[in-house]
Design a protein around this ligand. Structure first.
Ligand SMILES: Cc1cc2nc3c(=O)[nH]c(=O)nc-3n(C[C@H](O)[C@H](O)[C@H](O)COP(=O)(O)OP(=O)(O)OC[C@H]3O[C@@H](n4cnc5c(N)ncnc54)[C@H](O)[C@@H]3O)c2cc1C
Length: 378
């Protein structure tokens, strides 16, 4: 399609906001409508676990600015997409016509609670973070289910707040993605900080209503003042039911962020690259796809890739920045610094792929890491 008059973006987090910015940067002077369900508007999620849980002054720093973009905002949930009529319906009764549609509805937290079971905490939205922070104010103990990035960040917040925390997972912390070397490094440090880890032989269930703990499959019961489930996310595609746009992985896209339907593009956590057949639910990826989707929606050939393999996390005050493909296996082939002392640059050489760089506890800007990675691959 060339020069669409009206572009509708559904979802106003980083992928949707990036798409709106890119549309204007590429010269689109037609209508842009941004449909967003969250009552707080557009905001950044990474600080929710890193600062909001510990510090209420962080709340006011999260919003994405839309100044100067001349965007019409519809603050309601999209409930239906009519792909023939090219029209979006929202819960508050708006009908918004589009020439090009960008879907950026992201994902929501997976939950463990049975229907009707109250009191499970998750962390995906600002409201989730505010509810969890309030509960942490009076808690002495917490259980975190899931030892991935989010689980480890929530456990770190508990430590910072002097709350005894137990992290439960079937795998070793972070091992699925960061491999055994970094898993050991992080786990040793976390245990020294007082985090208790339990390997469960299978999936756990929540016990009590309201929730007061968890049950392991071998019958072991653990109790705590609160339980936070950090067990991944599911793409927000329920509103697209019946359109054929989404499957169990989310919305399949090609390298131009095009879906299988004309003039419909998708970006961010809701989408997955069909050639890779898995979602890469990271911030930089959502930015990369927001840009590509905007260019494609305008009929341009995208000049950047629909993926970005930069990821960062922060655990117990130590930043871990990863540039390159994951998962990592085995030990690094090069170590510069002292990982045990909490500061090192680590490199994993990979067969027939670019190396993966990890800045562990080094506040190196991502631009520097990218330059280093480029020099290593020459
Ligand atoms: C606590 C936390 C910490 C994180 N930390 C990191 C990190 O350190 N590093 C990193 O790389 N990544 C991190 N991530 C992941 C990163 O935030 C996500 O990859 C990113 O937010 C994805 O952006 P998105 O725009 O695709 O989707 P989302 O951020 O999920 O936003 C989707 C938006 O769409 C809206 N929406 C959903 N359904 C509808 C509908 N039907 N109608 C209208 N609007 C709708 C939602 O309200 C939401 O605002 C973190 C995520 C969380 C939750």
């Amino acid at each position: 399609m060339s020069h669409p008059g009206a572009v509708v973006i559904v979802g106003d987090s980083i992928a949707g906001v990036t798409a709106a910015r890119e549309l204007r940067a590429l010269g689109h002077d037609g209508r842009i409508t941004l449909v967003g369900a969250d009552r707080h508007g557009a905001y950044s999620r990474p600080p929710l676990s890193k600062s909001v849980l510990k510090d209420d002054s962080a709340d006011s720093t999260l919003s994405y600015r839309l100044d100067g973009l001349d965007v019409e905002e519809v603050r309601s949930s999209a409930t239906n997409a009519d792909l023939d009529q090219k029209r979006i319906a929202t819960a508050d009764g708006h009908l918004v016509d589009y020439d090009a549609l960008i879907i950026a509805t992201g994902a929501d937290a997976r939950r463990l609670a049975e229907p009707g079971q109250r009191g499970e905490f998750v962390l995906r939205t600002l409201d989730d973070a505010l509810a969890l922070r309030t509960r942490l104010d009076t808690a002495d103990s917490a259980i975190v289910v899931g030892a991935g990035f989010l689980g480890m960040e929530v456990a770190s917040a508990c430590v910072a707040r002097n709350i005894a925390v137990t992290v439960v997972d079937v795998d070793r912390p972070l091992e699925r993605i960061l491999g055994p070397y970094l898993s050991t490094l992080v786990t040793d440090r976390a245990e020294r900080s007082g985090i208790r880890f339990i390997r469960t032989p299978g999936h756990v269930s929540l016990s009590g209503n309201p929730v007061r703990g968890i049950a392991l499959p071998d019958g072991t019961e653990l109790s705590a003042d609160l339980v936070v489930s950090c067990i991944g996310e599911t793409p927000n595609t329920a509103w697209l039911q019946g359109t054929g746009l989404a499957d169990h992985l989310g919305i399949g896209i090609d390298d131009t962020c095009a879906t299988a339907f004309p003039d419909v593009y998708a970006a961010g956590d809701v989408a997955y690259l069909r050639k890779a057949a898995n979602r890469s639910a990271f911030w930089s990826n959502a930015v990369a796809q927001g840009r590509v989707a905007a260019a494609s929606a305008l009929g341009h050939t995208p000049t950047s890739a629909p993926s970005d393999d930069y990821f960062w996390t922060e655990i117990l005050g130590t930043s871990i920045k990863v540039l390159g493909s994951l998962p990592l296996r085995g030990a690094p082939s090069h170590i510069d610094g002292d990982p045990a002392a909490g500061s090192a640059l680590l490199i994993w050489n990979r067969v027939s792929e670019s190396p993966t760089l990890v800045a562990y506890g080094i506040r190196k800007p991502v631009t520097r890491l990218r330059t280093m990675a480029a020099s290593l691959t020459l």
